[in-house]
Ligand binder design. Structure first.
Ligand SMILES: [Zn+2]
Length: 424
């Protein structure tokens, strides 16, 4: 049954209202905070944002939810996660602390390769059982839309297995899930002995995996890890071009550790997002400034890896690039489900304003997953995806860092997460 609901008595309704597309420049700094507004929901969509008395007149039979002076925001959009994995890789943390870097851990068979070995030997049901509570933890922090990548299978069967798990999670979880095929996450160990073998894997991705994924409609996006020592710009271009021809939208892991031309490639292919960008060059920033590509920044990864070098968020914004923030939730380099924590890092490490950080995880996060026309803002006609925080001012969301102030969230007006308080 589709009932009408009025969300009443919020201290602030932060609408992020505006055009249903990525925001850039000054637009990114305007979160549209209302202090005397309620929100009406009808048929799963936002039906009105107005003073409570007015909404009561317009929707006389609506059920009211008391927001108890909390802050109501659009449901958060986590536009970059690797949420399907087996064993958590906590053992690598001490190796890093002792001075071993990411590439060195990978060369020793750790890193992504250890997650690949682990995932390949797990049955689909086992992976599903592990992933479900992990995604529920993301929802517990206010995330209502989450992009989830494959990429720890690296065989046709194991990539399809991962994507089937994502599809099954969408059936049972209230979260909105956007699936991404990342068969080009790494070169599998068994294909690394020669450049001919390496090319065989690239061909496998292009000629077998992408057609199979596209025909089974198991992914909306394709992504590639373009990085020195992983996929070259030319390999990334070939894979993404094949993916685009198969009807998939494009993402790219670009310029995370070194500047290898990833941002320029993403811009030239019209990728929906270019992600990481901690090492993006000035030429890459300029290229993104002339493109429609969203720059998805992942400061939690840099924090967890103990790095002090962050993506040049202010330079990107000054160049007119729309910026988004995401967790990069994954077992090796960013095992946090806490998107508000990433907002704090956006402010403290990337020098974003609170409004810029929030829009990066709502409107621009939605743009990074191709949903900005229906998700990410509290405006009439948009999906009623909402997050309620037990704070009185938006600026507290990225302030109580590490704490969880999200008390409830809703997708299309239906509960997605409710805290132990259980009052919603
Ligand atoms: Zn990633």
């Amino acid at each position: 049954m589709n009932e009408s609901i009025i969300f009443a008595n919020a201290s602030q309704v932060v609408t992020c209202a505006g055009p249903g597309r990525a925001r850039r420049g000054k637009e990114l700094g305007d979160a549209r905070i209302l202090t005397d507004a309620a929100v009406a929901v009808d048929e799963g969509r936002i039906a009105g944002v107005a003073p409570l008395a007015e909404l009561r007149t317009r929707f006389p039979s609506a059920r009211e939810i008391d927001c108890r002076r909390g802050v109501l925001t659009p449901g958060l959009v986590d536009s970059h996660t690797h949420g399907i994995f087996g064993r958590p890789r906590y053992d690598e943390q001490e190796l890093r602390a002792a001075g071993m870097d990411y590439m060195e851990i990978a060369r020793r068979g750790g890193g992504i390769h250890s997650s690949v070995r682990d995932l390949r030997q797990r049955p689909e049901d086992d992976l599903f059982a592990l992933a479900k509570p992990r995604l529920e933890r993301l929802a517990a922090f206010g995330t209502t839309t989450v992009e989830v990548k494959s990429g720890y299978g690296l065989t046709l069967d194991d990539e399809l297995k991962t994507l089937r798990v994502i599809a099954r999670l969408q059936e049972v979880l209230p979260l909105r899930i956007v699936p991404t095929f990342l068969g080009a996450h790494e070169i599998p160990l068994e294909y690394r002995e020669s450049s001919a073998r390496r090319q065989e894997y690239v061909d496998l991705v292009i000629h077998e995996m992408i057609p199979a994924v596209a025909s089974a409609r198991l992914a909306r996006f394709a992504d590639v890890f373009c990085e020195t020592g992983v996929y070259t710009v030319d390999e990334s271009r070939a894979i993404l071009t094949a993916a685009r021809n198969a009807g998939l939208m494009l993402k790219l892991h670009a310029d995370e550790l070194t500047s290898s031309g990833g941002a320029e490639l993403a811009a030239s292919l019209g990728a929906v997002s270019a992600d990481h960008l901690a090492a993006v060059s000035d030429a890459g920033i300029a290229a993104l400034g002339h493109a429609s590509t969203v720059a998805t920044l992942l400061p939690g990864t840099m924090l967890f890896l103990g790095k002090t070098k962050h993506a040049p968020a202010r330079k990107l914004i000054e160049a007119g690039v729309p910026v988004a923030l995401a967790t990069d939730f994954n077992p090796g380099t960013s095992p946090t489900p806490n998107l508000p924590l990433v907002l704090m890092l956006g402010v403290s490490q990337l020098h974003l304003s609170v409004a810029e950080a929030l829009l990066g995880a709502t409107v621009n996060g939605a743009a990074a997953v191709g949903l900005a026309d229906s998700v990410g803002q509290i405006s009439e006609g948009f999906s009623a995806d909402l997050a309620l925080f037990d704070v009185q001012d938006l600026r507290e969301v990225p302030y109580w860092y590490g704490d969880n102030r999200c008390v409830a969230s809703f997708v299309m007006g239906k509960p997605c997460h409710t805290s132990d308080l259980g009052v919603f």
